[in-house]
Design a protein around this ligand. Structure first.
Ligand code: BES
Ligand code: MN
Ligand code: ZN
Length: 498
């Protein structure tokens, strides 16, 4: 969809549909009040009849409202004014956009950027959230369907009407950011939703090359198994031994900042299918393990958004990519492998493969002399037990970095919750046969996974995001969410003062 920022009298705007907000007890929002005046009280008189009272979830379409240029006026119920938060706003937005898309209007004017919402800090954030969630509501994954159901007259243009002219400049900038974030989220979702037989490590590598095509600021390098062998990546390569798809290490180098400035490095788990290996997973919902590359996909999406915004920062994306399958050549419980760092690992469970590919990618990241390294991974089922599908798990060896990420999450509604990374948990990884085991005991599975990674991140500031519960949704709405792209981009924007 196309977006624009508008300002002026709502009554005088040419559009197929002017959308306005109404609070409980028929309280009109500021822009709705303005439109009501122009209509000589017509809006208020319609509300008086009681069909619409402003409760959340309500929608009322009016045609040919006197004094209003727009052919239609859509009133959206928002509930009690003082209770309106981001969640409620997005719910109203989603249902309005879906109705508009199904209806006859091709062009609409969103007159709800005048609202004050407690957990949306500014008009700039409001504009960004509006664009990203409007796109979210229209998202459909169609690549693997032979026939696509489409609206006959889809909504094509959405103007965002500002109440206060002074916000024009910042809103326009936010609009560009919002579109870039939405496109990044869409890219991440599309990669996640693709099945494992299409989205292989080689496919991901090709996507990275495609992203860098005709871009001066982005360079891509893909290491094959032979090159990884030379670097001593014995942990990563042990995972792909059981697969016929060759592993890839994808490196994306975006130089948007000052030459020589230390980069932020994002490392994303790119397991294109995780059957568990010899420690085979149970059958139910195993299809969802195509999503085990969503950490990697979030690095792709974040990279694409930075590129689109030309963010003034140096950013490196590293995506170790492999399948994890059972095979005569696959890792076996008890096998000992040597990582690139030289540390040896006893593989007690072949299904704890994410940390095996990540540890070598993290060691590899040392060469970039990073300002900070953040890894993003669908790493542990235990994280879903701990935090459900609301928050990503966050663990870090640096509190400032952790705080920056938590803040970026709160600001975008893409939240994380921090878990402790105390030394006390480390002993669960003791092994009689290697420097460490690849699994801990029964408790604190998310933390012991992070403890494992912490042994490969001593040389830099590091944070780990476990997105097992947040990267995709199960059930009838099964699909990738694009998280934590909004959080990551916000973190990066703050880092470079945007
Ligand atoms: N990719 C999985 C984690 C996962 C499972 C994410 C289910 C989302 C939903 C990971 O590779 C894995 O299998 N982890 C094991 C670790 C265990 C063997 C210590 C797990 O969580 O069961
Ligand atoms: Mn696994
Ligand atoms: Zn996995």
């Amino acid at each position: 969809m196309e977006y624009s920022i508008k300002h002026g009298d709502p009554a005088k705007q040419r559009t197929d549909c002017l959308v306005l907000g109404v609070f409980s007890r028929s309280q009109l929002s500021p822009l709705a009040q303005q439109a009501n005046k122009a209509s000589k009280g017509y809006l208020q008189s319609i509300l008086k009849r009681g069909d619409m009272t402003g409760e959340s979830g309500q929608q009322l379409m009016l045609y040919d409202v006197p004094g209003i240029q727009a052919g239609r006026v859509m009133l959206i119920g928002l509930g009690k004014q003082k209770d309106l938060n981001r969640k409620g706003y997005i719910k109203a937005l989603t249902s309005a956009i879906n109705s508009l898309d199904k209806g006859h209007a091709i062009d609409a004017l969103w007159g709800l950027c005048d609202l004050e919402i407690s957990d949306i800090a500014s008009i700039a954030d409001m504009v960004r959230d509006t664009v990203t969630h409007a796109e979210e509501s229209l998202y459909q994954f169609t690549e693997t369907k032979s026939e696509v159901k489409k609206s006959s007259r889809p909504l094509k243009r959405l103007g965002l009407l500002l109440h206060d002219k002074r916000h024009l400049k910042s809103a326009k900038k936010s609009l560009i950011q919002g579109k870039a974030i939405a496109n990044g989220v869409k890219f991440t979702k599309d990669l996640g939703n693709l099945p494992g037989n299409i989205c292989t490590p080689t496919y991901l590598a090709d996507q990275a090359r495609k992203l860098a095509r005709n871009q001066d600021t982005l360079k891509v390098q893909v290491l094959d198994e032979k090159q990884m062998q030379k670097l001593g990546m014995g942990a990563l390569l042990s995972v792909s031994r059981g697969s016929r798809q060759p592993a890839k290490l994808i490196i994306m180098d975006y130089q948007g900042g000052k030459p020589g400035a230390k980069p932020v490095v994002l490392v994303g788990k790119g397991l294109t299918f995780d059957a568990g290996g010899i420690s085979l997973k149970p059958g139910p919902a195993m299809d969802e393990m195509k999503y085990d590359m969503c950490g990697g996909a979030s690095v792709f999406g974040t990279m694409q958004a930075c590129l689109e915004m030309q963010l003034p920062i140096n950013l490196i994306g590293v995506v170790p990519s492999s399948e994890n399958l059972p095979d005569g050549n696959a890792n076996k419980p008890g096998d000992v492998v040597t990582s690139m760092s030289g540390q040896t690992i006893e593989i007690l469970n072949t299904d704890a493969e994410g940390r095996l590919i990540l540890c070598d990618a993290l060691t590899y990241s040392e060469r970039f002399n990073p300002a900070a390294v953040i890894d993003i991974a669908t790493l542990t089922g235990a994280c879903i037990v701990a935090l459900g599908n609301e928050a990503s798990g966050l663990m870090a060896n640096n509190e400032t970095l952790a705080d920056e990420l938590l803040k970026a999450g709160t600001r975008t509604g893409d939240r994380a919750w921090q878990l402790p990374l105390w030394d006390d948990y480390q002993e669960q990884l003791n092994s009689n046969f290697a420097d460490m085991a690849n699994i801990g005991g029964k408790g604190a599975g998310t933390i012991t996974a992070a403890c494992f990674l912490s042994r490969y991140t001593k040389k830099f500031k590091w944070a780990h995001l476990d997105i097992a519960g947040t990267a995709w949704q199960s059930g009838s709405a099964k699909g990738a969410t694009g998280r934590p792209v909004p959080m990551l981009i916000h973190f990066l924007m703050e880092r470079c003062g945007q």
